[in-house]
Design a protein around this ligand. Sequence first.
Ligand SMILES: Cc1cc2nc3c(=O)[nH]c(=O)nc-3n(C[C@H](O)[C@H](O)[C@H](O)COP(=O)(O)O)c2cc1C
Length: 183
Amino acid sequence: MNFLDLARRRQSDRGYTDRPVDRKAIERCLEAACLAPSACNSQPWFFVVVDEPQLRAQVASHCRDMVMNHFVDTAPVLVAVVAETPPLIPRLAGHVKDKQYHLMDIGIAAEHFCLQAAEEHLGTCIIGWFNEKGVKELLGIPKGKRVPLVISVGHPKDSTVRAKVRKELGEIFQYNGYARHGV
Ligand SMILES: Cc1cc2nc3c(=O)[nH]c(=O)nc-3n(C[C@H](O)[C@H](O)[C@H](O)COP(=O)(O)O)c2cc1C
């Protein structure tokens, strides 16, 4: 598949069948995540793959609330993405330039994971709205670490590729300058 087709096919799937996900496929997604670029090649990530049914159900219970993310109950796999402390140089660089490089790195790695999942015909959803404390406690992740994202993975219940809701290309770029003052 060419890259643009893959990027179009990747979508947030919010409902999965109960067909188990092959661990080999998950490991290919992790390999894709591992290939992501990161500031000073610091690779500040660790992935806790939860596919044991009881634990998965407990983690799911921390990823939904009254209004959000009820679909997680159907996901056979939940992956908690742990932010590892980057080495000194990228940490210092982040302070000097006032940029959270490690969060950018994690976002890119998460998307690599999801794109490989799309290639495998697996559905994913990146989840940022969840009870981080509860997830950390359940998975034995030390208090001092952050879990910016959880990724749900499964065989999508509905494999229709939806039309993307996106800004027009003309709205998001310009050559040689920024002329959106006052927008
Ligand atoms: C950092 C981040 C956090 C997100 N958190 C959630 C979430 O908690 N629940 C959810 O259903 N979708 C979540 N999403 C998915 C977005 O809603 C989705 O990517 C966006 O609407 C575009 O749709 P698409 O992924 O189908 O192209 C999140 C996406 C990102 C990148």
